[in-house]
Design a protein around this ligand. Structure first.
Ligand code: SF4
Length: 258
């Protein structure tokens, strides 16, 4: 959920999610439609599908226990380096660095004062790890980047300002082109992501006919609407049954009055 999404947006959906699915098998046994419903307005719904698939693999191959080794975690659907390392560090105390966009800025500015390639950033991050309590260190780095070393940094309040190389040495900001540092996202309002979210929100309350679904999105130009629904079908999030459209795995429900 935290991939490309801030903690404040994730908190409530996460609480609902773990209450409904306290174990991997609880998630794996549910239809994808229920997972998508609980995903709610978080967007990037392919993550929900990947999480559902990962839960099935954890149930079937790992006895319902989340694996702790980074290579095994990385073999799960939707799990890349950042997520695998975060789970290994925070859940299992493994000595691996968690490198996201926030940490990437701190490394480039405070530690090196230069633009870092992917391999360099990994190696700098790893070299900084303490011998003990790596999870707290990783959390501190994430917080430092999120709270102070933002795209527009708050250097005057920053707790590491005294030892920050960029602040001491000056020069162009090394963060924007560094590995792990994401570019600003396009505006959500009016984006295809927003329309995808709207389609899924309508279908969350039950199956619709094409006509009913289209009526709920009649402010979207037809060609665009149609290609977004086709993409959702191709992504395995939505399925068509004749003229009816529904979330994958959702049972037919009465549509009267909605
Ligand atoms: S002093 Fe400024 S640039 Fe350096 S780590 Fe703190 S916020 Fe980032």
């Amino acid at each position: 959920m935290l991939q490309q999404t801030s903690t404040s947006r994730v908190l409530e959906p996460w609480r609902r999610f773990v209450a409904a699915f306290p174990t991997a098998s609880a998630c794996a046994d549910a239809p994808l439609a229920d997972v998508l419903r609980l995903w709610g307005g978080l967007g990037y719904h392919r993550r929900a599908k990947a999480l559902h698939e990962a839960a099935r693999r954890i149930r079937d191959e790992f006895g319902d226990v989340v694996p702790s080794e980074v290579p095994v975690l990385r073999s799960l659907p939707g799990v890349g380096e950042y997520t695998a390392n975060a789970v290994a560090s925070f859940a299992f105390g493994r000595p691996v660095a968690v490198l996201d966009t926030n940490v990437g800025r701190v490394l480039a500015r405070a530690v090196e004062n230069r633009t870092l390639g992917a391999r360099e950033a990994r190696s700098v991050a790893h070299a900084l790890l303490p011998r003990r309590d790596v999870a707290s260190f990783n959390q501190s780095m994430l917080d430092l980047g999120a709270q102070f070393c933002r795209s527009s940094p708050r250097c005057d309040d920053c707790p590491v300002a005294r030892v920050c190389r960029w602040r001491r040495e000056g020069g162009d900001d090394p963060a924007p082109r560094s590995a792990g540092v994401s570019r600003p996202q396009k505006s959500f309002v009016g984006s295809d992501r927003q329309v995808r979210g709207r389609v899924l929100a309508v279908l969350s309350s039950g199956e619709r006919t094409d006509v009913e679904l289209r009526a709920r999105l009649d402010d979207v130009e037809y060609g665009r609407y149609s290609s977004i629904v086709d993409d959702l079908v191709a992504d395995g999030l939505v399925e068509r049954h004749g003229r009816r459209v529904r979330l994958v795995g959702d049972g037919p429900q009465p549509t009267g009055g909605r």
